[in-house]
Design a protein around this ligand. Structure first.
Ligand SMILES: O=C([O-])CC(=O)C(=O)O
Ligand SMILES: [Mg+2]
Length: 215
């Protein structure tokens, strides 16, 4: 994409918009109905964590792994049409949308926002980014996550309920998407607790990989 350098993502990363409950496999696992529209939330940029730094679990937080394909926005867009959405994608990364599930479950029951469960420091570990051209066919790609070498999550991007173009269209009706925003596109089944000493690894085909320690 002209004028967009995805390698600057780690310095210039802007808002983080997540789509939750977006994989058929996850909803089956949780016994939740499919949402009629994308369920979206924002994470603070202070949650970003780069490889080499450890995940820190706050006391009393039951933090769960959530591997996700991250879409890095490459150009400003408002009211993006799903048919044109790929033109706004500047690159991809892998991310862990770490979530304090004990807190989220309580807040969900009470109809409260998700910020506390998803907004703690180190809650968004991210991989190195790649340009959009490195992933020509996202739906066909396999996404996986291991904890201490044991496979927990393994699904294809086509297991999403709302495709990446539909997510960008929905989000950009509500808010302008800007270069270096990160869209977290939802996590497949297999989320579970992580604890001090765990090693979390994930991948998308042989295109993206992520590796973090929990301290
Ligand atoms: O944590 C949750 O239950 C919602 C979420 O972010 C996801 O499904 O990826
Ligand atoms: Mg998530």
């Amino acid at each position: 994409m002209p004028g967009f350098d995805v390698s600057k993502f780690h310095q210039l990363g802007k808002k983080i918009v997540g789509a939750g409950l977006n994989y058929k496999s996850l909803l089956k696992e949780k016994g939740f109905p499919e949402p009629k529209e994308p369920v979206i939330f924002v994470k603070p940029t202070s949650t970003y964590l780069l490889e080499g730094s450890p995940i820190i679990i706050p006391k009393g937080y039951d933090v769960f792994n959530e591997i996700e394909l991250g879409v890095i926005i490459g150009r400003k867009g408002k009211d993006i049409r799903a048919e044109e959405a790929t033109r706004y994608i500047g690159g991809y990364c892998l991310a862990l949308d770490l979530t304090a599930m004990n807190i989220l479950n309580e807040h969900r029951k009470e109809g409260l926002p998700w910020l506390v469960s998803k907004g703690f420091d180190t809650a968004t570990p991210i991989s190195a980014p790649v340009p959009a051209a490195c992933l020509p066919d996202p739906p066909a790609a396999r996404l996986w996550c291991c904890v201490d070498g044991r496979l927990r999550q393994d699904d294809r991007i086509c297991g999403m309920i709302f495709s990446i173009p539909r997510q960008l269209a929905f989000m950009s009706k509500n808010m302008t998407l800007e270069p270096y925003d990160l869209i977290l596109t939802g996590s497949p089944a297999g989320v579970g607790p992580i604890k001090q000493g765990n090693v979390i690894q994930g991948g998308l085909e042989d295109i993206l990989s992520i590796n973090f320690n929990v301290c």
